[in-house]
Ligand binder design. Structure first.
Ligand code: AHR
Length: 508
């Protein structure tokens, strides 16, 4: 059966400018993300610094804007100073978070070199698990202080000028080394932030929020932490991973409903704390870990007994359905651009990642690479506050949800209009109508892409790296509307531009 849906778009109804920081990612010292991921000196494609250029090329193609580093759970036991100075003198340490060995061959200087090559901003996560205010100040001095102090001079080069710091990682989680109560953490976050601001007032500081919306302390954690740290921090983090629980595909396809709820709950909590404190300041959200992760499979595995360097950990192989969910999560993040000021898909290479790389072998794009790359490339200008008319379907986890989800961006400078849409229905296609009268003179189709496959479990592998990729979509412009058919379980993006606009553009 064909379903029908429509969008109501108006260029005057703006949510917020598109933030490039929405297209962030995450590199943790975990599994083969760093060693065997971004860094593999013995690889034929490695550059003089040991970085894989094939991986770097994919990171650039993906349009990643900011990368969170160095963890994750790893950071809560990390001593940053182990990773500086001559590599031969660096100690090998246990990483308790992932039960592996950290050689420290890659430290912050190497990572900053990689980030410059990848052309990404760095979001640096501090260890507030086993460490505290002094170590946060020390690493900040090493990274950002101009020459002339003990730690800045050990850096041996210009300050890195990192603008965003995470005050710890998932401190609400009992799995976290140095896990704390909300009160303990809120005090530590506030004091660390106060000290960092004395060193550099303009930093953007992110307090730890909840590790998932199903955490028992969700909501209460944010309220307590912000009551203690409201004046000192700029944003609170949110983390969320989704998977088809017990094979429940309809709920999985509606994962963005949970992300929407997560974001609106945290902003409501933050605003309520702000009101109680009589503050005019607004706390934003850094959604600095999000993705599809087959977490229950990972949790069902026994803890390794050996201590290996860069073992294979959670190298999930993503399906078509996973890519559709990832595309929908990006829609949710964009829709909330007024409050979500940064977001990081976790992680970047090999570990629950859109990019896979084999030792001395190829690197390739997972299915989830595609919606990320296209959204990053096409979302320009301003996010529009759109109306969606859609049929609904029932889900086990989220009740009745819309079949169609969408977001649109409009670039006032070029007149370009881009729509991102998802059909979450398992079996039925959706005929989507998008009236364009509000955009004045004629628009023409520049490009239209759909990610869809009759086999929802299809994946990209080393042998078949392009089995799943976006295909050109058919879009009809007639009677002042755009019309297209969205196949069941599909993600679509299309860009329209004012007629003849291409004539004046560079490269035309
Ligand atoms: O991204 C994998 C892990 O997920 C991170 O280390 C942690 O912060 C989260 O629980």
């Amino acid at each position: 059966m064909t379903l029908f849906a429509s969008l109501n778009l108006d260029p005057a109804r703006v949510v917020a400018p598109v933030s490039r920081r929405t297209f962030g990612s995450f590199v943790e010292h975990m599994g083969r993300c760093v060693y065997g991921g971004i860094y593999e000196p013995a690889h034929p494609a490695a550059d003089a610094d040991g970085f894989r250029q094939d991986v770097l090329a994919l990171v650039r193609e993906m349009g990643v804007s900011v990368v969170r580093y160095p963890g994750g759970n790893f950071v809560s036991g990390y001593r940053w100073e182990d990773g500086i100075g001559p590599v031969a003198n660096r100690p090998v340490r246990r990483d308790l978070a992932w039960h592996s060995l950290e050689t420290n061959e890659v430290g912050v200087d190497e990572f900053m070199r990689w980030a410059a090559k990848a052309d990404v901003e760095v979001m640096y996560a501090l260890n507030l698990g086993t460490r505290g205010v002094q170590e946060a100040l020390d690493v900040h001095e090493y990274l950002n202080q101009p020459e002339g102090t003990a730690l800045a001079d050990r850096r041996g080069g210009k300050p890195y000028g990192i603008g965003m710091f995470c005050l710890g990682n998932e401190m609400d989680g009992p799995w976290q080394t140095g896990h704390k109560t909300a009160h303990e953490y809120g005090r530590l976050a506030a004091e660390t932030a106060r000290a960092l601001r004395s060193a550099e007032p303009g930093l953007e500081l992110i307090a730890c929020g909840s590790s998932h919306s199903s955490m028992p302390t969700f909501g209460a954690w944010e309220a307590t932490v912000l009551e203690l740290a409201y004046d000192q921090v700029d944003a609170i983090s949110a983390h969320a991973y989704y998977e088809p629980v017990d094979g429940d595909l309809p709920s999985f396809l509606a994962s963005a409903v949970d992300m929407d709820h997560f974001i609106t709950s945290v902003t409501a909590t933050a605003d309520s704390v702000g009101a109680r404190l009589k503050s005019k300041k607004r706390i934003n959200i850094s959604f600095d870990e999000w993705n599809v992760w087959y977490l229950s499979e990972f949790q069902a595995r026994p803890t390794p007994v050996d201590w290996a360097v860069a073992p294979r950990v959670i190298e999930d192989c993503y399906t078509v359905a996973d890519a559709v969910v990832v595309g929908n999560l990006l829609i949710s993040l964009l829709r909330h651009s007024d409050r979500v000021t940064a977001a990081c898909q976790a992680q970047l290479v090999n570990v629950i990642a859109p990019i896979r790389a084999e030792p001395t072998g190829p690197a390739w794009r997972q299915t989830t690479f595609h919606p990320f790359a296209l959204t990053s490339r096409l979302a320009r200008g301003e996010v529009l506050d759109i109306g969606i008319t859609s049929p609904t379907y029932d889900t086990e986890r989220f009740g009745e949800v819309p079949v169609l989800d969408a977001v649109a961006t409009h670039d006032p400078a070029t007149g370009d209009l881009t729509v991102f849409a998802v059909n979450r229905h398992r079996t039925d296609p959706v005929e989507l109508t998008v009236p364009l009268a509000a955009f004045g003179a004629g628009l023409e189709v520049v490009e239209a892409w759909t990610l869809h496959d009759p086999d929802l479990t299809a994946t990209n592998t080393q042998l078949h790296p392009d089995r799943v990729a976006p295909r050109a979509a058919e879009l009809a412009l007639a009677d002042g509307s755009a019309r297209l058919r969205l196949p069941a379980v599909s993600w679509t993006a299309f860009r329209l531009a004012p007629v003849n606009a291409g004539a004046g553009r560079p490269g035309s």
